[in-house]
Ligand binder design. Structure first.
Ligand SMILES: Cc1cc2nc3c(=O)[nH]c(=O)nc-3n(C[C@H](O)[C@H](O)[C@H](O)COP(=O)(O)OP(=O)(O)OC[C@H]3O[C@@H](n4cnc5c(N)ncnc54)[C@H](O)[C@@H]3O)c2cc1C
Length: 501
């Protein structure tokens, strides 16, 4: 990390500062961060690495936010409460700068990033290797290669450009333009135009459905491409021992740098915070408003109050007495399994606002590659489907029936199950309002106004207060880049430090 001194620069509709810096002796803390999710921890580490005195305040008993692991079913079974699969974390330019391995992080790479079972005991696989994936796609193989190869050739540049706020001038305009042309069409349309085989179309649709949007939505091809490229560039690994291991490594590194984390304290307003020069909020726009109080100008308050969320999810964690009995045994080569059948079925499932009778299910089978997460011979299974925002309507029968199409009889292995609803997720972290795991709608408008249109949307109109959660760019997922960019903005604005990202 390179740090240099500079003057202060501010721009943008919301950047006018409403308050002057406090008079009197400097506070004992330079920065206080509300929320120890991946973005809060990432912001704290970035500030601590610049030599600042940093404290994180977290409502839950343990840090991690969406990066938490718990024995959700039976003793001895470790389940990921939130995120399960971490291609974005493995690729994150922030995380890769830090010595997280020295603090206990160990990535587990399955044999293949993604498996997608199909009717008739068949399946299609996203392999790490571009050529192996293409070979298995038959006559669609050359198209897959033509689509991916030019973007993979400048992958690092592309990654840096897409993990920043949209309105910024790109560092790699040619690659970004290439990505934009491919990413702008709706995934359903592009999949139909590009591919001929049901396998390639299904693989594409299964990746696209991560967007949580109808596949007819413009821009859904962008998420599809990013996920496929991540598979080829870094794989879809997960932390050994559970997602919590990544959160614990971040916290340990922060403490090594001199920062601290206080748990079990919910911040309801600015009065709950110790004095500090800057405040970074890893929470929802609504929580940010409660911290800003009447210091928030009306235009900004209106923008945040109309912030839009996407669909929610309903999630099931299973303790199983054995491995999943996939009809096609090759499905066991990947941790992540896209369950939904053919492209048209997945598109139909993602198009409806009510739970579909045959929903798209995103599943993960960690214990095939990390036996430390369950008693000997037993397994965990993590699965969720999309539901309308805030809906707690029970979809167990639909999810389990859909899985049974591709792993007949699997329910006989269930020792215990735990259901987590959209409102439970919101109660767990306000970032997941209505069960939206992305912390805000992921369509083009939602990515552009996150939460407001600005080249530095982390800044608020109140001097020294920043938003750093996934309600800021680049949005949902475990990558810590929202926290990282918010911290860079704070370092520049308040401490006159420019960190080259
Ligand atoms: C079920 C589920 C599955 C997911 N799967 C994946 C996946 O496989 N891969 C992936 O990359 N991403 C996945 N995600 C998304 C990912 O978890 C989120 O995008 C990410 O956690 C967002 O990070 P964050 O730091 O912005 O918010 P959070 O992770 O929600 O962290 C915010 C933290 O701040 C705390 N906080 C908030 N307000 C206050 C307050 N007022 N006072 C004190 N503390 C406060 C919260 O308790 C929480 O710990 C999943 C999410 C869920 C819920």
């Amino acid at each position: 990390m390179n740090v240099c001194l500079t003057g202060m620069a501010r721009a943008g509709r919301y950047a006018a500062r409403m308050t002057a810096p406090p008079a009197g002796p400097p506070p004992a803390l330079d920065a206080v961060i509300v929320g120890a999710g991946p973005n809060g921890l990432s912001a704290a580490i970035t500030l601590a690495r610049a030599g600042l005195r940093v404290q994180v305040i977290e409502a839950r008993a343990r840090s991690g936010g969406g990066l938490r692991s718990e024995p959700l079913t039976l003793p001895g079974f470790v389940h990921d409460y939130g995120s399960a699969i971490h291609p974005l974390a493995a690729a994150s330019p922030a995380f890769r700068q830090w010595p997280l391995h020295a603090f206990g992080l160990d990535w587990v790479h399955p044999s293949a990033p993604v498996s997608h079972p199909l009717p008739g005991g068949r399946s299609v696989t996203l392999e790490r290797d571009l050529h192996a994936t293409a070979d298995a796609l038959g006559r669609d193989g050359p198209t897959w290669k033509r689509l991916m190869a030019p973007l993979l050739a400048d992958w690092e540049g592309l990654l840096n450009d897409i993990l920043r706020p949209l309105p910024r001038v790109p560092h790699h305009p040619v690659t970004l333009a290439r990505f934009g042309v491919r990413g702008l069409p709706p995934a359903a349309l592009l999949g139909q135009i590009l591919f001929r085989t049901p396998e390639a179309r299904a693989l594409w649709a299964g990746l696209a459905a991560h967007s949580t949007l109808p596949l007819s939505t413009p821009g859904t091809s962008a998420m599809t491409l990013v996920l496929a490229l991540l598979g080829h560039a870094v794989g879809w690994p997960f932390p050994r021992g559970g997602a919590q291991a990544l959160a614990d490594a971040m916290r340990a590194y922060l403490e090594y740098l001199g920062g601290s984390v206080v748990t079990g304290v919910t911040v309801r307003g600015a009065r709950d915070l110790p004095p500090a020069r800057v405040i970074l909020v890893d929470s929802s726009p609504a929580v940010l408003l409660s911290i800003l109080g009447d210091r928030a100008p009306a235009a900004y308050r209106d923008a945040l109050e109309s912030y839009r969320y996407g669909p929610g999810i309903q999630k099931f964690d299973y303790a199983l007495s054995g491995p999943m009995p996939w009809q096609d045994p090759r499905v066991a080569r990947a941790t992540t399994v896209h369950i939904g059948g053919y492209a048209a079925e997945i598109a139909a499932s993602e198009a409806v606002t009510q739970a579909h009778p045959r929903p798209y299910v995103l599943a993960a089978q960690h214990t095939l590659f990390d036996p430390s997460r369950a008693p000997a011979g037993a397994h965990t299974f993590w699965a969720y489907t999309h539901v309308p925002n805030g809906s707690d309507h029970d979809v167990q029968a639909q999810i389990e029936g859909q899985i049974d199409r591709f792993a007949p009889g699997w329910q006989e292995l269930i020792l215990a199950r735990t259901r987590t609803t959209a409102t439970q997720l919101q109660a767990f972290s306000p970032v997941f309002q209505g069960g939206d795991v992305n912390g805000g709608r992921g369509d083009l408008a939602g990515l552009l106004a996150r939460p407001v249109v600005s080249a530095t949307p982390y800044r608020t109109p109140v001097r020294g207060v920043y938003l750093c959660s996934s309600a800021t760019p680049p949005g949902g997922g475990i990558h810590g880049m929202a926290g990282y960019h918010a911290a860079l903005a704070a370092l520049k604005d308040e401490f006159r430090l420019i960190v080259e990202s």
